[in-house]
Design a protein around this ligand. Structure first.
Ligand code: KIV
Ligand code: ZN
Length: 515
């Protein structure tokens, strides 16, 4: 169907490259599953050649994926392509996504190669991909700053060598919608074999135009949109999946384009990502922000009461913003808890269910009704954590505003299986907790970021703390959720230290990815 738009989600690759968005394997698997539920056509699971950790996670995601196509990224060089294939080939529908820069600036300064050599590399690289699979995507990195006629030669070469999808990225978010649409149209119309491939766009948001550029390209014939949940990604991010999808749906009269996305899964997907990476959704974020369907002004409220369409171009239900009627609380049984999590897309085995069930009971003791977001935070905390070297057992804190009596913390934790305790001071209660833990572990990482976010409303809301630590060449993010923000802080800190320890062990440098 030539009016079908394929959604290629790169949250797990380009998205994961955004600062603080690193995910562990369990978290990636959970998100990958949600992408399938959402109806994404292709998910880019990672960049296998960039690190052993990335290779392993792409391979595991590929193994567990259903019918969704699973892509891995590879530079246009043999080693990357071979490694990528090793990782994705276990998927039911694998794709190799290879890329090379085509703009004069990138060819001269980044690749230090003549245009003719770049063409030869593309031809050889794509041919190698095609020797493995007929599902090959080629991206002309920095396409929006490339010479149009050279780009046509690039595309013709890649298609001849076996590429079935051609992606023209606005890598640095430089393009303007009319100009970008004209470029895509020009390449489609002036490349002799363009009818043999699907054209794709991948737009970055440096000037806030990623979604506009993506939509402009779809209007002139692009049929694959590369996007991320919530628009996360390198620098200012990528085009937000939920915004592109809802523009197509709400303005179907203009675009006349179809897609496979289940729009009522948009909000759950964005919430899941936000919980996973510990970054709250901005209140004014289109489609999924807290205020996106809130009407504050009296005139607007009056209009809404008379007819919703006066100020609402889509319903909250259409993007999945509905509180489920299945309420979980103190008296809920194991089956109700299992059903609830299943309705939220979590398939828990018996052991996981037991862990979650006990945590639900504990939380329900101090919180009357548990919202979906509370439950999501809880499953994140209990199930999707890797085995840790350090485990927090108890923390107790004494705040103080009296001069000479500093805030005090006492901590009980397991360190490599041994129970240890410690106590100490700080300039504030959080500082006291972190100092005690540092003393117990004999390390002193740099605290680069500390953020608190209330997950649900009310004074009994779960607080979620995100901590980013740096030590030597390594950086790690940790998260913790608890109704007491000091306990949440301690959990987040210990989680970050565990992640740091894992990174050091893997010998994995954080900034080894590209794109
Ligand atoms: O932004 C970009 O150009 C990329 C490519 C690797 C597709 O991420
Ligand atoms: Zn990108």
């Amino acid at each position: 169907m030539d009016n079908m738009v394929y959604f290629f989600d790169t949250t797990l690759r380009d998205g994961e490259q955004s600062p603080g968005a690193t995910m562990n394997l369990q978290e990636k698997l959970r998100l990958a599953h949600q992408l399938e539920v959402l109806g994404v056509d292709i998910m880019e699971a990672g960049f296998p050649a960039s690190s052993p950790g990335d290779f392993a996670s792409v391979r595991t995601i590929a193994e567990q994926a259903g019918d969704i196509q699973v892509a891995g990224l590879a530079r246009c060089v043999d080693g990357d392509i071979d490694r990528c294939w090793e990782a994705v080939k276990v998927a039911r529908r694998p794709r190799i996504h290879t890329f090379l820069s085509t703009s004069p600036l990138h060819m001269k300064h980044k690749l230090r190669k003549e245009p003719e050599v770049v063409l030869q590399m593309i031809e050889a690289g794509v041919r190698r991909c095609a020797s493995y699979t007929d599902n090959v995507e080629f991206s002309a990195e920095d396409a929006s700053r490339s010479d149009r006629d050279f780009l046509c030669r690039v595309v013709e070469t890649a298609i001849k060598a076996g590429a079935t999808t051609i992606n023209l990225p606005d890598t640095v978010g430089y393009a303007q919608p009319d100009e970008f649409a004209a470029l895509i149209k020009y390449v489609i119309e002036n490349t002799p074999n363009s009818d043999k491939a699907i054209f794709s766009v991948h737009c970055h948001n440096d000037l806030g135009l990623a979604v506009a550029n993506t939509l402009a390209a779809l209007r002139v014939g692009a049929r694959q949109a590369e996007v991320t949940i919530g628009g996360i990604g390198e620098r200012a991010g990528n085009a937000a999946l939920e915004e592109v999808v809802m523009a197509l749906r709400v303005r179907h009269d203009l675009y006349h384009l179809e897609h496979h996305i289940h729009t009522e899964q948009l909000y759950p997907s964005c919430r899941l990502l936000s919980m996973t990476i510990g970054q709250p959704i901005a209140n004014n974020k289109a489609i999924v922000g807290a205020n996106a369907f809130a009407h504050e002004s009296g005139i607007h409220q009056d209009g809404m009461l008379k007819n919703r369409e006066t100020y609402e171009i889509m319903t909250p239900q259409s993007v999945g913003r509905t509180e489920s009627s299945l309420v979980i609380g103190k008296h809920s049984g194991r089956n109700a808890v299992r059903n609830k999590f299943e309705s939220m897309g979590y398939k828990l085995d018996d052991e996981q269910l037991q862990l979650v069930f006990e945590a639900v009971k504990k939380l329900a003791d101090c919180k009357k009704t548990l919202h979906d977001d509370d439950l999501m935070a809880l499953v994140q905390e209990e199930v999707y954590r890797m085995p840790d070297r350090f485990r927090l057992r108890h923390v107790s804190v004494q705040s103080s505003d009296a001069g000479g009596v500093p805030p005090t913390a006492a901590v009980l934790m397991d360190i490599d299986g041994m129970e240890r305790s410690g106590a100490g001071f700080g300039v504030g209660p959080v500082d006291a907790i972190f100092n005690v833990i540092n003393d117990m572990l004999g390390r002193e990482p740099e605290l680069e970021q500390y953020a608190i976010n209330a997950i649900t409303s009310g004074t009994d809301a779960l607080g979620e703390v995100t901590v980013r630590l740096g030590e030597g060449n390594f950086k790690a993010v940790g998260r913790g959720a608890h109704p007491d923000i000091l306990v949440a802080s301690a959990r987040a800190y210990v989680n970050a230290l565990n992640n740091l320890a894992k990174k050091e062990k893997e010998g994995e440098r954080l900034h080894c990815q590209h794109g």
